[in-house]
Design a binder for this molecule. Sequence first.
Ligand code: COA
Length: 190
Amino acid sequence: MSGTYTVVRTLGRADAAHDILEELPEWFGIDRFTHEYVEAAARFPNYVAVAAPEAEPAWAASGGPDPARAREVGPGPAHLGADGGAVPTADVLGVLLLDQRYPTSAEVHLLAVRRKHHRSGIGRTLLERVEDDLRAQGVRLLSVKTLGPSASDPGFDQTRAFYAACGFHPVEEFPDLWAGDPCLLMVKAL
Ligand SMILES: CC(C)(COP(=O)(O)OP(=O)(O)OC[C@H]1O[C@@H](n2cnc3c(N)ncnc32)[C@H](O)[C@@H]1OP(=O)(O)O)[C@@H](O)C(=O)NCCC(=O)NCCS
């Protein structure tokens, strides 16, 4: 556990996505992919884990309660009304971009947590918030594509362990979907 945080659904936090990905070169060290993820922050809903400060910050006080946009799900104090667009970049501890192409399924397009907060429950909490929102819309399946086990990459061994711990099941490894890297499809029934 490394401090308290709140999960906020927002849009367009390319700054935070870029900042966090730069911290994690073992996973996101290829510029063209980082660029694609950062661009995706403008298109997809962004779920961000935000550090909950001791005192009520200006960005939290400015909004007025709007549970559709901001809802406390982490162990920190409530920040109802927090505007995720106004949170300082450094206060965003983790980001999840959600791609929903069909009414009954959705995909985790990007999930990344700042390194010093790994293993603090932030990744799981971001997923839980997304899953709650999707279930409420009648979505039945959540998927993610990640590096497959045949690539022998210790960082992605941990990534797959995380998704497995969060209830995802491996379906198939696609050797040719990504140029040069095996892609593992994992799914979770909601
Ligand atoms: C993968 C990632 C998003 C997980 O987020 P996190 O906040 O560190 O993970 P959590 O603390 O929520 O972990 C939840 C559970 O997943 C499992 N888990 C998480 N990290 C793990 C690791 N390194 N090794 C094994 N299991 C792990 C554990 O069961 C953990 O529960 P526990 O700590 O109570 O045992 C984060 O570590 C990260 O940003 N990694 C680098 C980028 C990445 O891999 N992104 C996904 C690309 S598809």
